[in-house]
Design a binder for this molecule. Structure first.
Ligand code: SF4
Length: 443
């Protein structure tokens, strides 16, 4: 008899990708996906450690699942509870200690072991080795057909920003082999994917090699993009997330010369004050960041940028915060994410003596979000009445309504009597609402 599983995914796109891969792997091994925990024999929580209260959320979900498991037991049924992802990596033993109903813990580089662990009823409960190669070698081709797909090309990080847990939970940088990435994207393209987003905690540090005409060649992110561009059905290439220090001329040239490269770059700066950047161990200055933006713009005129910001970082003064606002004004980001600093246990920033008060952090967050929204609206308004190419990937809520994205990742709604999912079509943008454009097909 089949065993049913359900995966709850927390957090980032990398976790979404991992959950999809875990889903494919379990189905490949004879397990069946279910739509909810209630109908499942195996409950999987794929956790994220990046935001505040990640572990609190996990423990409260585990509490609910435990009650469910106990009730099932009373009627002679079993449910296995599995915790995967970054919280599993960081707090595996603690989770098992605090909740006896958890059966297995698998860190992000171990989820490929789950079919074997379940089938062989392993006695080892916590699996937290950094086994990147085995993980990627075990992945099976994706079963889900979507127009836009995520593909992890790199994992881990060697940068050690003072506020971040990634180097500890995902481990050192690892780049997947070019051939493996090419084969995965080719398979996705053969199954209808038109756009791919290459993922990595530090995607711009991608670093691999291939043999070309018998000569070993280094492959950076720019070169990798030029290689996957050869896949005919693939129309758009994006990548996420980059570190300013790793953006090289190769990548910039690829954007300049390759029309499949989308002109939208998520390039986190985190803060605009050199003092705070130094405290954060970002290893770049505001001047370096601004020079890089200028250089990219000189090469790729329509490039738009998004960023991440942390406000209320330890020792951030009003004038440091003002420098962040000043940097935003200079770059005019097309969109951004901003967060209030929250200490992640075990990171160097969490033990700094001068912490910014909650009240001041809240005010700064409100201010920065207002400024970022203003530039986002300004950016979007500049597209009104223009015609842009939109890749349609799904249906809207209304009859005959379809949703797609512009090259700059803006959502667009149109109506059409024909099914246009998977099509790249020209749209005149007529109206802008809080969340998306509404437009008219022009061909
Ligand atoms: S570069 Fe990104 S992933 Fe790496 S430590 Fe810094 S914030 Fe974390």
């Amino acid at each position: 008899m089949h065993q049913y599983f359900f995966i709850k995914t927390y957090g980032c796109q990398m976790n979404e990708y991992d959950s999809e891969k875990l889903n494919d792997l379990l189905e490949f091994n004879g397990f069946k996906a279910s739509n909810n925990f209630e109908d499942s024999d195996i409950a999987i929580l794929n956790t994220c450690h990046i935001r505040e209260k990640a572990s609190e959320k996990l423990y409260s979900d585990l509490g609910r699942l435990s009650i469910f498991k106990e009730n099932k037991k009373k009627i002679g049924k079993n449910m296995q509870i599995i915790v995967t992802g970054c919280v599993a990596q960081a707090e595996g033993d603690e989770i098992i200690k605090r909740n006896k109903n958890v059966d297995y813990i698998l860190g992000p580089q171990n989820f490929h072991k789950l079919p074997g662990v379940l089938k062989n009823k392993k006695t080892q409960k916590v699996h937290s080795e950094f086994s990147y190669k085995q993980k990627f070698d075990s992945l099976v081709p994706s079963a889900k057909k979507n127009v836009s797909k995520l593909v992890t090309i790199q994992e881990g990080c060697d940068k050690f920003c003072s506020f971040c847990v990634v180097p500890y939970t995902r481990g050192a940088e690892f780049s997947r082999p070019v051939e493996q990435i090419f084969a995965e994207i080719k398979h996705l393209s053969n199954n209808g994917a038109k756009e791919v987003t290459l993922l990595g905690q530090n995607v711009s540090s991608y670093n691999s090699e291939i043999f070309e005409d018998g000569v070993k060649k280094k492959v950076s992110l720019g070169y990798l993009c030029s290689i996957i561009t050869k896949i005919n059905g693939l129309k758009r290439i994006r990548y996420l997330t980059s570190h300013p220090n790793d953006i090289d001329q190769n990548l910039i040239n690829e954007h300049k010369e390759n029309s499949k490269m989308m002109p939208f770059l998520h390039l986190p700066v985190q803060a605009g004050s050199n003092k705070i950047l130094k405290n954060m161990n970002r290893k770049h200055t505001r001047e370096f960041y601004l020079r890089l933006i200028k250089k990219i713009k000189e090469n790729v005129a329509d490039m738009a940028f998004s960023s991440d910001f942390i406000v209320g970082y330890p020792e951030e003064t009003d004038s440091d915060f003002q420098e962040t606002l000043d940097l935003i004004e200079k770059v005019k980001f097309a969109s951004s994410y901003s967060f209030k600093y929250s200490a992640r246990p075990g990171t160097p920033a969490s033990i700094k003596k001068i912490q910014v008060s909650e009240e001041v952090s809240n005010k700064r967050l409100e201010k920065i979000q207002a400024v970022l929204n203003q530039y986002q609206t300004q950016f979007n308004l500049s597209f009104l009445n223009k015609t842009v190419e939109v890749l349609f990937s799904g249906v809207g809520r209304k009859n005959n309504q379809f949703v797609g994205r512009t090259p700059h990742l803006q959502p667009v709604h149109v109506t059409s009597n024909l099914n246009i999912i998977g099509k790249l079509l020209k749209v005149k943008l007529l109206r802008l609402t809080a969340f998306s454009f509404h437009g008219k097909l022009v061909e």
